[in-house]
Design a protein around this ligand. Structure first.
Ligand code: FES
Ligand SMILES: [Fe+2]
Length: 361
């Protein structure tokens, strides 16, 4: 399946990008190098020197410019070669690399891999609970050797906890919970509500419920293209009104590395107004979730991808169950958006050809 190019993707956690060491990352199949210039501004360039194709990430950052490790050409943040240490120092006009539009929001560096002229016109979706001005946040990263849509399926699927996460996130009572899905514009929702659940200790502690006691839990997953999800969890001791409960919001951002691997970024945010407890709680949530994500979801996703091999998801003829409603909706939206983008880009190419023919005559 091809990618959706004209969209904002998370390229890196903000803390991964610095001015000392270039960061190499493959995004949508393209080799990209990220670093910070002298002003601390994040920069993303194509990770291939135009001279003899050396990977630029192996070079060094010199006064905010990236120096090729092979013969020392230097590139600025816009991708232009600004220094040639050889001969008369003349810079060939073709000595530049592609630079990608970036923005730094919500503790992440977001990249635009598509046509750059569309980047400024496309707003990033709001994830205000991760806005560091008002919130304390903590984040995590995992690389999964599986197609990003398998990861989106996994996050939208609230039916696997009981089986894949029996001792961490799941409970015996989950499959009895009421499941609903709905679609609003291009947003898909997956919701599950459980009553009288015996939560695992990690979840009970995170939500301030006495371990071993019964609780009501609400899970709400919101998906937007290309793979940007918010998970809201509300937990209330059974029989108590909702104001006695606690809720959490977390962001889950999927960026295709290739068509068989995914960068998975996730983050929790809590209002600074909560004081010191907020920092401890978001750290606890990230550390606590890293375990089941890494030891339970990740091996399953990678095993699914292995089982699929070279087959496309649909050509493998998957059986669908009632609880797949949200994942199927998100897949359909992605397929529609990718097809629209391909049609539009085909039309633009045709127009260019017609124009150049006209000029030749
Ligand atoms: S390969 Fe980069 S300067 Fe030669
Ligand atoms: Fe899971």
């Amino acid at each position: 399946m091809p990618f959706l190019w004209n969209a904002w993707y998370v390229a890196a956690l903000a803390c991964e990008v610095n001015s000392n060491r270039p960061l190499a990352r493959t995004l949508l199949g393209e080799a990209v190098v990220l670093y910070r210039d002298q002003a601390g501004q994040a920069v993303a360039l194509s990770d291939r020197c135009p001279h003899r194709f050396a990977p630029l990430h192996r070079g060094r950052i010199h006064q905010g410019e990236l120096e090729c490790p092979y013969h020392g050409l230097r590139f600025d943040g816009s991708g232009h070669c600004v220094h040639n240490p050889h001969g008369d120092g003349r810079i060939p006009p073709a000595a530049h690399v592609r630079s990608f539009p970036l923005q730094e929001r919500y503790g992440m560096v977001w990249i635009w891999m598509g046509e750059p002229q569309h980047a400024a016109q496309t707003d990033l979706l709001p994830f205000e609970y991760l806005n560091p001005e008002h919130n304390v946040t903590a984040s995590g990263y995992l690389r999964t050797r599986a197609h990003y849509q398998l990861s989106a399926d996994n996050l939208l699927d609230l039916s696997h906890f009981q089986f894949l996460h029996p001792a961490t996130l799941g409970s015996e009572q989950m499959s009895a919970g009421a499941c609903t899905f709905f679609e609003q514009g291009e947003t898909v929702w997956s919701r599950r509500i459980m009553h009288n659940e015996k939560l695992q200790d990690f979840v009970a502690n995170a939500f301030g419920v006495a371990p071993g006691s019964n609780a009501d839990r609400r899970l709400d997953v919101q998906w937007n293209a290309p793979g940007l999800l918010t998970i809201e969890v509300g937990v209330t001791p059974s029989g108590m009104p909702p104001e006695f409960g606690r809720m959490s919001l977390s962001g889950h951002f999927l960026t295709p590395e290739t068509d068989r691997s995914t960068h998975y970024f996730f983050a929790f945010g809590l209002p600074k107004a909560m004081g010191e407890a907020a920092g401890a709680l978001v750290e606890y949530a990230v550390q606590g979730l890293m375990e089941p994500f890494k030891n339970e979801d990740l091996p399953m996703l990678e095993a699914q991808q292995k089982a699929l091999g070279d087959s496309d998801f649909w050509s493998a003829q998957p059986v669908s169950l009632a609880m797949d409603g949200a994942a199927l909706r998100s897949r359909r939206i992605m397929e529609r958006k990718i097809a629209e983008e391909q049609r539009a880009s085909g039309m633009r190419q045709t127009t260019t050809v017609i124009d150049s023919t006209a000029i030749m005559h």
